[in-house]
Design a binder for this molecule. Structure first.
Ligand code: DX5
Ligand code: ZN
Length: 219
């Protein structure tokens, strides 16, 4: 089953609770929350209180994407706030193995994320410890950017890597996904789709319906 994770970075922040409830009702599987620190990525977005607030309005899986330096410092806070999946960037952790172990010790799922230019070889010694790999298909930091086409080959290669090793790891893809390119992303081997702008701008209901149709078409 393919999973849809609307990214609230593109939601109307003045009506965040309502918009989360709306995508929840319309079939979101996860709620994707982008945390940015202005150092690892140029922008600053949400923090722990926002995760806590979103937790109050939905029972869906909270998929927390940490775009922050040395995320190990805050993992426990995000788990206490209600995160169900905590994803960290390989590029931002001095001790990635320790960071992933800490996430799992706290009883939640652990994701490893790679920037577009980071090689899959950086997963060689961590893949079997991860529940999910998040491949960035734009440079992290902002919503509304254009999908980087080389991401397709990277998804295919990662799917092969996971299968060759006989692992059960989700592939999440994040950045620039819309109803025109989602099929290619799924067919390449991704099974968790993040979408911000193309869900929250315009008519959320019709966007969600189109996404769900595409997700259920390729299984
Ligand atoms: C980018 C974030 C994404 C972002 C995706 O740094 O990680 O989750 O919200 O937004 P869209 O779908 O607009 O590219
Ligand atoms: Zn994200």
């Amino acid at each position: 089953m393919n999973i849809l994770a609307p990214s609230i970075l593109a939601a109307d922040i003045t009506r965040l609770g309502e918009e989360v409830k709306k995508v929840d009702t319309l079939g979101a599987d996860y709620i994707h929350i982008d945390v940015m620190d202005g150092i690892f990525v140029p922008s600053i977005s949400f923090g722990i209180p926002v995760v806590k607030g979103v937790r109050k309005v939905t029972d869906k899986i909270l998929d927390v994407h940490l775009m922050i330096e040395e995320p190990i410092r805050y993992i426990e806070d995000f788990v206490k706030a209600g995160a169900d999946i905590v994803t960290v960037h390989a590029e931002s952790c001095r001790h990635l193995n320790r960071t992933i172990s800490r996430i799992r010790e706290l009883g939640v799922r652990a994701g490893v994320s790679l920037n577009p230019s980071t090689s899959l070889t950086s997963l060689d010694y961590i893949l079997s410890e991860a529940d999910m790999v998040l491949l960035m298909s734009v440079n992290p930091g902002f919503g509304g950017q254009k999908f980087i086409p080389s991401s397709i080959d990277k998804i295919k290669e990662l799917r092969r890597m996971i299968e060759t090793r006989g692992l059960n790891v989700d592939i999440e893809v994040d950045g620039g996904i819309n109803t025109a390119n989602i099929r290619e992303v799924l067919e390449a081997g991704a099974n968790v789709i993040v979408a911000g702008t193309s869900i929250f701008s315009g008519d959320i209901e019709s966007n969600m319906n189109q996404f769900r149709r595409e997700l259920d078409r390729v299984s």
